[in-house]
Design a binder for this molecule. Structure first.
Ligand code: HEM
Ligand code: HEM
Length: 138
C-alpha cells in the first residue's frame, strides 16, 4: 500500500472523530450550529472524500489491471487536500467567532485550493483508467 493511500485513510478517520465530537457539541449547545459548515465538510471532504481517495487510489487501478499513472500526484494531492481543508475550516471558524474580511478571503482561497486537489484526483484517475490496457504478454 502506498504511503499516501494509508495517510488518506488515517486522515479520514481522524476527520470522522473530530466531526463527531463537533456534532455532539452542536447537539449540546445550539449556538454551535453556526459551525454546521465545519461539521458537514469535516464529514463530506474529510471523512467521506478522503476515504474514497485512499481506497480509490489503491483499488481502482487494480480493477482495471493497471498501475496508478502518477503516484507523485497522489502524494501531492494528499498534502494539498489536507492543508486546504484544515485552512478552510480553521479560517471559517475564526470568521464566525470574530468576522474579518481577511478571514473570509483566506477561507475562500483555501476552498479554491481544495477544489484544485479534487481536479488532481480526477486527472490522475482518468489518465490511469482511460487508456486501453496493453495486450496480455505470452
Ligand atoms: C456522532 C456523529 C454525528 C453527530 C452527533 C452529528 C450531529 C449533527 C448535527 C447536530 C447537525 C446539525 C443539524 C441541524 O442543522 O440542526 C448535523 C448536520 C450535518 N451532519 Fe452530522 N452528525 C454526526 C455525524 C455525521 C456524519 C458521519 C456525516 C456524514 C457522513 C454527517 C453529515 C452531516 C451533514 C451533511 C450535516 C448538514 C445537514 C444540513 O445542512 O441540513 N454527520 N450533524
Ligand atoms: C472545494 C470543495 C467544497 C467547497 C468549497 C464547499 C463549500 C460549501 C459552501 C460555501 C456551502 C454553504 C454553507 C452554508 O450554507 O453556510 C456548502 C454546503 C454544503 N456542502 Fe459543500 N463545498 C465543497 C464540497 C462539498 C462536497 C464534495 C460535498 C459532498 C460530498 C459537499 C456537501 C455539502 C453539503 C451537504 C452542504 C449543506 C450543509 C451545510 O450547510 O453545511 N460539499 N458547501
Amino acid at each position: 500500500m502506498d504511503r499516501f493511500v494509508k495517510n488518506f485513510i488515517i486522515a479520514s478517520i481522524v476527520y470522522l472523530a473530530l466531526s463527531s465530537i463537533l456534532g455532539i457539541a452542536m447537539l449540546h449547545s445550539p449556538q454551535l450550529l453556526s459551525l454546521k459548515f465545519v461539521h458537514s465538510h469535516l464529514n463530506m471532504l474529510g471523512w467521506v472524500s478522503m476515504m474514497i481517495y485512499g481506497v480509490g487510489y489503491h483499488i481502482l487501478p487494480k480493477f482495471a489491471g493497471k498501475l496508478l499513472k502518477y503516484p507523485k500526484i497522489g502524494e501531492l494531492q494528499f498534502w494539498i487536500a489536507n492543508i486546504s481543508l484544515i485552512g478552510m475550516l480553521l479560517f471559517y471558524t475564526l470568521n464566525v467567532m470574530s468576522p474579518a474580511p481577511s478571514y473570509a478571503l483566506i477561507t475562500t482561497l483555501a476552498g479554491a485550493v481544495h477544489a484544485l486537489s479534487i481536479v488532481l484526483f480526477f486527472y490522475n484517475m482518468l489518465s490511469t483508467l482511460l487508456p486501453a490496457a496493453p495486450p496480455p504478454q505470452r
